[in-house]
Ligand binder design. Structure first.
Ligand code: KG4
Length: 336
């Protein structure tokens, strides 16, 4: 079964062709990151306009590269939530038009479910159930992946996503946007005990998280240093920051894994590329005996292959959208 998959929830326009869920025939991504860098973050209106400009040519490219004709497609899958509403709408409308014109079923895919599915592409033997830490620029949560399409929320951030926090810290340090990868590189040479940064917890919700205090702590630290004319140890700050994020994410993920007892832990989303988080999870899973599934860096960030993969399993479960499919800025993971 050949699925044309479309993703446009943030600042990447992406189209892929995926066969039978796990075989990626093409996966084309046009990033707008450079465009948004001068503003220090994604400008939603610009993101929408750039998606409109790019999407048709990307779809042609994806079909060419896959060597699949329009007639050989069996369905169209699209991210319909969550994300920047104007950006998601572009993908949804393109997918609707394509499915209508080609007389194909339309499959709505939850963006975070797509991130989780990136692990199925990377690990052919991975099957639910497992616990998945989903950590990106817009979402930070721990999912109980019971089946390919039945999921429950075990814990989530109460405020900022971890990626958003990386981006904000990088911005205040003047090291560019998106900030996660440069912060990660900078942290390699740093002492993670250089700065004492907060690790918040949520009363009566041990698997929930909070990152806004960490973000504010870094902003205050930088502003105070600037006012006093002090020079910061940037690698030390980046390493201390990564440690604080990892110390928040990893123990909660391991506790969730212990509670569910599946013996399998996966990670998903852009921040899953972070070297400190990956190393800490590897160590923790060695200790607990859980098998750890990490996506390759190429499948951590937004892409359409993951949407095609999850779309396949949603299709098998009977999920279809009508021509009235809308885009949603927020949508619960368990609703799908
Ligand atoms: O999954 P993604 O591409 O988009 C969303 O769905 O949000 O994630 C983007 C986020 C950005 O915040 C970016 O700074 C972060 O992932 N990121 C990283 C790393 N690479 C990307 N954060 C920490 N360490 C990294 N190596």
């Amino acid at each position: 079964m050949n699925i044309l998959a479309v993703e446009s929830s943030c600042d990447e326009t992406a189209v892929a062709v995926v066969r039978d869920g796990r075989t990626v025939l093409s996966d084309i991504i046009a990033s707008q990151a450079d465009m948004h860098a001068s503003y220090g973050g994604v400008v939603p209106e610009i993101a929408s306009r750039k998606h409109v400009e790019a999407i048709t040519a990307l779809a042609d490219q994806a079909l060419d590269q896959a060597k699949v004709s329009k007639r050989e497609l069996d369905a169209v899958a699209v991210t319909y939530a969550p994300g920047l509403i104007g950006a998601v709408l572009v993908g949804v409308n393109f997918a609707k038009a394509a499915a209508y014109a080609l007389n194909l079923p339309l499959i709505p895919v939850h963006h975070v479910r797509g991130h989780i599915a990136a692990n199925y592409i990377a690990h052919p033997n991975l099957e639910p159930p497992f616990v998945c830490l989903c950590v990106s620029g817009g979402n930070t949560l721990i999912a109980d992946v019971q089946t390919y399409t039945q999921m429950a929320l075990l814990g989530a951030t109460r405020d900022d996503a971890a990626g958003e926090c990386f981006d904000k810290a990088a911005r205040v340090l003047g090291i560019g946007y998106p900030g996660g990868a440069p912060m990660d590189r900078l942290s390699q040479d740093g002492d993670d005990k250089c700065y004492a940064l907060p690790r918040a917890s949520v009363a009566d919700a041990p698997l929930d998280m909070s990152f806004s205090g960490l973000k504010t702590a870094v902003v205050n630290l930088v502003h105070n240093a600037q006012q006093k004319g002090e020079t910061l140890d940037l690698p030390g700050l980046a390493a201390s920051f990564a440690a604080a994020v990892s110390d928040t994410l990893v123990p909660r993920t391991m506790e969730a894994a212990r509670q569910k007892g599946y013996g399998k832990v996966a990670v998903a989303g852009g921040v899953a590329a972070n070297s400190r988080i990956r190393a800490d999870l590897e160590r923790a899973c060695q200790g607990s005996g859980d098998r750890l599934f990490l996506p390759p860096l190429s499948l951590c960030g937004d892409n359409a292959a993951m949407i095609g993969c999850q779309g396949y399993y949603e299709y098998l479960a009977g999920r279809r959208a009508g021509w009235d499919l809308n885009a949603y800025a927020t949508r619960a993971l368990d609703v799908g």
